[in-house]
Design a protein around this ligand. Sequence first.
Ligand code: 5RP
Length: 230
Amino acid sequence: MPAEDLKRRAAAHALTYVTDGMRLGLGTGSTARHFVDLLAEKVHQGLNVLGVPTSEQTLAQAVSLGVPIATLDEAGPLDLCIDGADEVGPGLALIKGGGGALLREKIVASAAREMVVIADATKKVETLGRFPLPIEIVDFGVASIQRHLAEAVRAAGCEGPLTIRRDGDGHPFVTDQGHLIIDAHLGRIPDPARLARAVEEVAGVVEHGLFLGLARRAVLAGAEGITVLE
Ligand code: 5RP
């Protein structure tokens, strides 16, 4: 089955967790996009929800489809956040940020009573790290930050090149918050919590794509159907 169909199935399953009156965090990426499409259909059928988008991209989609939206400060604490992931590891540890929205995604997920991850089943891994870990940094002293990050990563038992993410024109990719992203190509992250602590200690790091202890459930769609990890 094509990956897009699986993503849509995961999104459709997550919609069953949504009830009238909920304030929802709306994730970013191709899977979250399916969820917002399906949510919009329900809104047009009379479902009353308020969405807090995690990116300018999702904001534009929600507005274009007529999903009521608010900023996080306007909405206050959220009932549920539905978002995709690049990898889902043991204990629902995640790598996110492939779309560059990790900072807002983590803030919105942290503001929600529950975060539900939606993905096709290929995103489930035994060990995180095959997908490059996105690290959002300020646009100042980039080479110095990169050097310190390399040391931090090594001290946390990981290894691999750290590259500055570029857009399609070869320019540095700039996040919605005006920062840059370093992608850490580590292959394996044996101890995600240790790596998270090490990366957070580097001056200039704004956020990283390790989401630990945030997801309550993962809805994974595979050829054999839906699996919910809790
Ligand atoms: C964006 C993200 C996405 O959720 C992640 O990259 C998964 O995207 P997709 O659903 O397109 O595979 O973290 O920053």
